[in-house]
Design a protein around this ligand. Structure first.
Ligand SMILES: Cc1ncc(C[n+]2csc(CCOP(=O)(O)OP(=O)(O)O)c2C)c(N)n1
Ligand SMILES: [Mg+2]
Length: 369
């Protein structure tokens, strides 16, 4: 079937391929509803907040475990909870999520066991959870490689008649990669039911956005591919949830992909191995700590009578129990066999890999398999 003859909603007009002049914002800095329509369902807003409280505590605990040496590395989600959880909650269970190393909190919000989420960070070659059961790909460390995977899976599913949408997370730095370009182009040409969510946290390790792109915003890149664009306040959980939901449901209805840029900030170092004092100012960090996504949603819920002290205390207690349980289970060192590193690289190992495996085995005082 030719691309142009495909049935379904009309392709986007040029104006829809450009982001608005201002990011979509539904809650102002004090948490007041400033949207034009009605806010999402009250139960959903509360659940969003609950998962953000759990996510933040998970992130705190994982950061501490990283400092204690229980994790090889941990890239924190602190400050990006509205992006990760708002977007994840816009998906159905049957949809697929393609996360990066940054997105552990999204995985917890998706219902994956927090202990399993950290398996990769403990040095295992396996991501720890069942990818198929959770419809969540392993967290990708090679930048942007998750994007063609997400596009390919959604394209194949549509050809097979399966009703699903894929969502890939990507960082601002990742948008400079060839894989991102190829994924966007293919998705737009074939009107693949997929959504790209760029978490623009302003830095790619020490590289600021201004050194990453000359585009007015990352969302402007959408027009180059012919897909819809949206720019959203990434610290406004309701704005992220609503924008991603619209994009996901449009993709499901045959309306093609959307590129969403969420403006946010990484409050912690890039990973436990980074020193951000060398490349960003305390003043800048202070400005963003005044824009905390949990504080904003909590203020909104309290003003609307959707959150009282008892409920807030129950969420905190649940989050602390999650962290304690995680810490306890982390006491056991992971059962890792360094030689497994070579097992799944190719179906038939190359001579070079066999040589490397033999060298490692010799160092370990063992025979290579
Ligand atoms: C293909 C590739 N090149 C380089 C790296 C090294 N690297 C790891 S994280 C990172 C920065 C990515 O920044 P961004 O996409 O903005 O994501 P963030 O870490 O800010 O969430 C780089 C360059 C990598 N992992 N993969
Ligand atoms: Mg970044």
């Amino acid at each position: 079937m030719s691309v142009t003859s495909r049935p379904g909603p009309a392709p986007p007009g040029t104006h829809e391929m450009l982001p608005g002049a201002e990011p979509v914002r539904l809650l102002d800095a004090a948490g007041r509803w400033v949207g034009t329509g009605t806010p999402p369902d009250a139960g959903l807003r509360r659940e969003l907040y609950r998962r953000m409280v759990l996510g933040r505590q998970f992130d705190r605990q994982a950061t501490a475990l990283g400092k204690q040496g229980a994790l090889a590395v941990y890239p924190s989600s602190y400050g990006q909870e509205a992006c990760q959880i708002g977007a994840t909650m816009a998906l159905r269970e049957t949809d697929w999520l393609f996360p990066t190393y940054r997105d552990s909190v999204a995985l917890v919000a998706r219902g994956i066991d927090p202990f399993e989420v950290l398996t990769l960070m403990r040095g295992s070659w396996h991501c720890g959870y069942s990818v198929r059961r959770h419809r969540t790909a392993p967290q990708c460390t090679p930048l942007a490689t998750q994007c063609p995977h997400a596009v390919g899976l959604a394209h194949a599913a549509r050809l097979a008649g399966d009703d699903l949408v894929s969502l890939s997370f990507i960082g601002d730095g990742g948008t400079s990669e060839g894989d991102f370009h190829e994924a966007c182009n293919f998705a737009a040409v074939h009107r693949v039911p997929t959504v790209f969510l760029v978490q623009n946290n302003q830095y790619a390790i020490s590289v600021p956005l201004a050194a990453q792109t000359a585009a007015p915003t990352l969302a402007h890149k959408a027009i180059g591919y012919g897909m819809r664009a949206a720019l959203v306040d990434g610290n406004d959980a309701l704005a992220v949830y609503t924008t991603v939901t619209e994009a996901v449901e449009r993709a499901r209805a045959g309306g093609g992909p959307t590129l969403i840029e969420a403006l946010t900030y990484r409050m912690n170092p890039h990973t436990s191995a980074d020193d951000p004092i060398r490349y960003r100012s305390a003043e800048e960090v202070a400005v963003w700590s005044g824009r905390d996504p949990l504080d904003r949603l909590a203020a909104h819920l309290r003003a609307e009578g959707l959150l009282d002290d008892a409920t807030a205390a129950a969420y905190t207690a649940e989050a602390e129990a999650l962290a304690t349980g995680l810490r306890d289970r982390m006491r056991q060192p992971p059962a890792l066999d360094p030689l497994e590193l070579f097992d799944h690289v190719y179906a038939a190992p190359t001579p070079q890999l066999r040589e490397q495996a033999a060298a490692l085995a010799a160092r370990l005082g063992r025979h290579a398999s």
